[in-house]
Design a binder for this molecule. Structure first.
Ligand SMILES: Cc1ncc(COP(=O)(O)O)c(C=O)c1O
Length: 418
């Protein structure tokens, strides 16, 4: 297909890989094949009923809302983050947008800086920077640093490029590794010293398995912009409601992003914003505690099972994801010489869908993949756990696709390892 009318930075552009794997999986299903969806990471849990009912009651809301977002919602979001992030935020520090992905893009568009990304990082940060011709620096991490950026690596980068203005995106608990950054305090010191603007992507923070809310704002609030929203903890990815939270010192950036929003998406759907107020003002303690318990049980199950066939993983601490290193079990050959080829082969031979680590900035030659462990009925699991503990004997009835999928992968490994 000719690309002559396509701007250079969009040449070769394909749909986001997480969405693509979903489309391939659906195609296999329509062909009658069984697919284990360990590719796309969306919440398995239903949106709490009180929030859904509020949406129903507000279906009549038809007016355009304030570009910043509904005041009542911004009040609730500012109170919530003031408490969680241990720093004072006002409603005027908040911007509501159609998902945090779009808000992250608008931040990247407005802020004049290079972008520092730990490798691995979530799939969309780098393409967004590429569309804007923003310079990206990948800083390597490893299993030994919990797949997270270290203060030392950041300091080293700053010494090499001290003149350039810099922005760093951190995400903890993390997609793709499910692990937490345990060096936030030390990283904050380097950021402060080098005037780095941090975007703290906290979309999974309520899904930390221990219920801890750890943020770089606890050490460097004045230079940190938080992105978050309803997509993960509230199970409302399809509602498209994200939040941006600015420290007062960076209000001039918020004001520019608000103007950009006014010329692009205008405002988030009104009924969704009215319903979102309930997400921030009601107590969802039970729902959250049970969601975390269930995710932790599934994460442990998958971790133990994969370890038993020598697939190396770091145990997740929150969220839906895990990185799997197949290096010890698959010897590279002409057919499998990249994570991409490994994923395609496993998908076509077993129906087990996962993503190559290269989608997250890991070298494709490394046989590292990301799995999402959410292919189960979250409503059924929540109902069960609200009455009784989840025991080993309940695993199959509550998580059949997880158990069958992991077994299919293990069987494939047993046949193909060596
Ligand atoms: C790390 C991370 N950040 C941001 C997002 C975007 O979330 P949303 O646009 O639904 O708020 C996702 C979604 O998968 C994600 O995994």
């Amino acid at each position: 297909m000719s690309e002559e009318l396509v701007n250079s930075q969009f040449k070769g552009l394909e749909p986001s890989s997480t969405l693509q794997i979903n489309e391939i999986s659906h195609k296999l299903i329509t062909e009658g094949k069984e697919v284990f969806k360990f590719g796309l990471g969306q919440s398995p849990f239903p949106i709490p009923e009180i929030i859904v009912n509020t949406l129903k009651k507000n279906a009549f809301q038809k007016d355009y809302l304030n570009v910043s977002g509904l005041l009542e919602l911004r009040e609730a979001v500012s109170k919530y983050h003031t408490l969680k992030n241990n720093y004072h935020y006002k409603p005027d520090n908040i911007l509501i947008g159609p998902g945090s992905k779009e808000l992250l893009f608008q931040c990247q568009m407005v802020i004049k800086s290079s972008l520092i990304l730990p490798s691995p990082s979530w799939v969309s940060y780098e393409p967004q920077a590429r569309f804007l011709n923003k310079k990206v620096y990948w800083l390597e991490t490893s299993k030994n640093s919990n797949w997270h950026l270290t203060a030392q690596a950041l300091e080293k980068h700053c010494l090499k490029s001290n003149k350039e203005s810099k922005m760093l995106i951190l995400n903890s608990p993390n997609n793709p590794s499910g692990t937490n950054n345990e060096e936030l305090e030390k990283i904050a010191v380097v950021c402060k010293k080098n005037n780095i603007i941090v975007i703290s992507d906290e979309i999974y923070s309520e899904l930390d398995f221990k219920g801890k809310y750890e943020s770089i704002t606890h050490f460097y609030p004045e230079g940190t912009i938080i992105t978050s929203g309803l997509s993960k903890w509230c199970g409302a990815g399809g509602w498209r409601l994200g939040t941006l939270i600015f420290p007062e010192k960076l209000s001039y950036l918020r004001s520019k992003i608000r103007s950009l929003a006014s010329e692009t998406f205008t405002s988030v759907s009104a009924p969704i914003q009215y319903a979102a107020v309930k997400a921030y003002t009601e107590n969802h303690k039970n729902f959250l505690e049970n969601s975390r318990k269930i995710l932790n049980i599934v994460a442990n199950y998958v971790f133990e099972e994969l370890n038993s066939v020598n697939i190396e993983c770091v145990k997740p601490q929150g969220g839906f994801y895990m990185l799997c290193d197949f290096t010890n079990v698959i010897s590279r050959n002409n057919v499998i010489n990249s994570a991409n080829k490994l994923c395609n082969k496993i998908l076509s031979e077993t129906g087990f869908a996962m993503l190559p680590g290269s989608n997250f900035g890991i070298d494709d030659e490394k046989l590292i993949t990301r799995i999402a462990f959410v292919d189960f009925d979250g409503k059924k699991a929540l109902e069960h756990i609200s009455k009784q503990k989840i025991n080993q004997k309940d695993m199959y009835s509550l998580f059949p696709k997880i158990v069958d999928g992991i077994n299919a992968l293990k069987t494939w490994i047993e046949k193909n390892s060596g």
